[in-house]
Design a protein around this ligand. Structure first.
Ligand code: IPD
Ligand code: CA
Ligand code: CA
Length: 251
């Protein structure tokens, strides 16, 4: 099966599971202060891991909620079964399922599905980025003063980003903090945000989005401008034309 087709249908299936449960009673546990996990995160990941095992039995899996398998080949799926758990717990609709497919250490495809918004972002490396099957591209805004930019921060380390939040609030048209890094990155691909940055992320927060932004004509790097390393934690994803200016502003 084509890996991109597979992760698209899998993201849809897991996202539908999340949507079906969002209004029902949920078990919410605290991993640590303000870091939630719900029964829905776990149910979504269990579904995804089961489907990968059935269709790509040799593949490795890196899933946020403990779905970690070494695999026996060079393929790997990188999975956030629910990105934006705090939003989900409050029924704020900005949450998604994010699945990336990697082969021989190269990110080859990504799919991000936000079920309450009915939006499925997808791309393969070197292909076109799509939203619900239709081509999308990054915005053509050139200056940060004309840009809508977005960021995020883990609650335990929010101070690290406050100076940047304040600085960009005084330069950009506006700054958003939407609470789902994967979806925030997808919104750069779709031209809603000109830029997104965050430190302290995990591979599953950015792997799929990185493929989709690049395919949409944008630029992804670490915040210091070095090549993106999904294991290293930081990302700056932009429409390309604002990348250098954003890089120079962030510290
Ligand atoms: C979080 C969200 C949030 C970001 C955090 C992530 P989770 O993921 O993407 O927007 O600011 O850094 O940990 O816990 O909801 O999967
Ligand atoms: Ca996440
Ligand atoms: Ca998650």
């Amino acid at each position: 099966m084509d890996p991109l087709d597979f992760i698209i249908s899998l993201a849809r299936e897991a996202g539908t599971l999340l949507a079906d449960r969002v209004d029902g009673p949920r078990e919410i546990a605290l991993k640590h202060r303000a870091d939630l996990v719900t029964d829905a995160d776990r149910a979504s990941e269990a579904l995804i891991v089961e489907r990968i095992g059935a269709n790509f039995p040799a593949a490795a899996i890196l899933g946020e909620e403990g779905g970690v398998y070494a695999g026996s080949g060079d393929e790997r799926f990188i999975v956030d079964p629910l990105d934006g758990t705090t939003n989900y717990a409050h029924r704020y609709p900005l949450f998604c399922v994010s699945i990336a497919y990697e082969r021989a250490g190269v990110l080859e495809a990504g799919a991000i599905y936000a079920p309450l918004m009915g939006e499925l972002y997808a791309a393969r490396r070197g292909g076109e980025a799509t939203l619900n099957g239709k081509p999308i591209g990054v915005s053509s805004v050139e200056a940060v003063r004309d840009a809508l930019v977005c960021t995020g921060f883990v609650p335990a380390r929010f101070e690290r980003n406050m100076a940047n939040f304040i600085k960009l609030s005084g330069i950009a048209q506006a700054v958003r903090r939407d609470g789902s890094a994967a979806l925030d990155i997808a919104f750069v691909a779709g031209g809603r945000f000109e830029a997104f940055w965050e430190w302290d992320l995990k591979p599953w927060d950015m792997a799929a989005g990185a493929v989709i932004v690049a395919a949409a004509g944008g630029t992804v790097s670490a915040i210091d401008g070095s090549p993106l390393d999904i294991a290293a934690g930081s990302i700056l994803a932009t429409n390309g034309t604002t990348h250098a200016e954003m890089r120079g502003l962030l510290s």
